[in-house]
Design a protein around this ligand. Structure first.
Ligand code: GLV
Length: 312
């Protein structure tokens, strides 16, 4: 069992963000050595890396890494560059699932027009009740049933919306679950609202496209809390134009920030948010990553290990 304290290095795309997270780890774990990564610097001898979209040079410059910890849930930006010999861990929930369920619920409320008519009426000083939402008219498909997707599905199902879940491997839940290509078609054709909470892998890239959107019930609504590359943007825009989709709430984009001339901007049926549906919370991330480093350092196993052959 090693007696020395853990030595970690923080690597993110921005020096200020790297410095900020390194500062948080130094404060939370004052006995540990915490370095900041910069391209071209000599090896620090770090044993553990704490990363968010790190430069690929990290893994060449730091050959002594025993494990890497992603500062988010989605590991797509690390999975392709990390050597298979370095185990990669991702945040599990860490306060993100709740935020994302709340975000998805807001999208569902937008889709069903729960409050929109009243916003308009309040501006006009009009007192007029509308019929209650018929939830049966708004079945919801949740793609991806990891910690985040399951939480989203549970929250929405708890409010009486019919929920259908889809994932690569068949899951068991209190709502109907599907897997595989045929299962996806069944899940989508049973649904009108589509919530995407999938990991981004070569298999899920572009999964939300003309064909899959056409399987949804007409006048549908798309909520994307995962990655921009899951969507074929032109197909989403076409579906909005044709009315197959009545609206969309999008939090992640292929290029971020979303370019100023992107047709999503200015489309009144599209609500755009700047990748905030599940923000990494400092306390939870420090606690989760810190306790996993301590476990590994003592030769124990830690949870959150990514299956690098699957990419999540
Ligand atoms: C955010 O996008 C994350 O993957 O945590």
């Amino acid at each position: 069992m090693p007696t020395e304290q853990p030595h970690l290095i923080v690597a993110t795309p921005r020096p200020s963000e790297t410095e900020r997270w390194a500062g948080h780890f130094r404060q939370a774990y004052p006995d540990w050595t915490v370095d900041e990564f910069a391209v071209g610097q000599p090896s620090t001898g770090a044993q553990y890396a704490v990363v968010w979209q790190p430069d690929t040079a990290l893994f060449e410059q730091e050959p002594g890494l025993r494990a890497a910890f992603n500062l988010g849930a989605g590991v797509d930006a690390v999975a392709s560059s990390i050597p298979s010999t370095v185990p990669l861990y991702r945040l599990e929930d860490a306060g993100m699932a709740e935020q994302m369920a709340e975000y998805a619920l807001y999208g569902v409320l937008q889709a069903v027009g729960r409050f929109q008519p009243y916003e308009e009426q309040a501006r006009q000083g009009q007192w007029k009740a509308h019929r209650p939402v018929d939830r049966r008219q708004w079945p919801v498909a949740v793609l991806g049933l990891g910690v985040i997707g399951r939480k989203i599905a549970q929250v929405i199902a708890s409010l009486g919306y019919p929920v259908h879940g889809w994932s690569r491997r068949l899951h068991e839940a209190d709502f109907p679950c599907y897997a595989g290509e045929e299962g996806l078609q069944q899940c989508l054709s049973a649904s009108r609202i589509l919530i995407n909470a999938l990991p981004l892998t070569p298999q899920t890239k572009g999964l939300i496209n003309r064909d899959t959107l056409a399987q949804l019930q007409p006048g549908g609504y798309l909520i994307n809390v995962a990655r921009g590359a899951h969507l074929v943007d032109q197909d989403v825009l076409d579906a909005l134009n044709s009315g197959q989709l009545a609206g969309a709430m999008l939090d992640a984009f292929t290029q971020e920030p979303l370019p100023a001339d992107h047709p999503y901007w200015g489309n009144p049926a599209v609500m755009i948010t700047p990748h905030i549906s599940g923000i990494t919370l400092r306390e939870q991330a420090l606690e989760q990553i810190g306790s996993r480093i301590a476990q590994l350092h003592q030769g124990q196993a830690a949870s959150g290990l990514v299956d690098q052959s699957q990419g999540y």
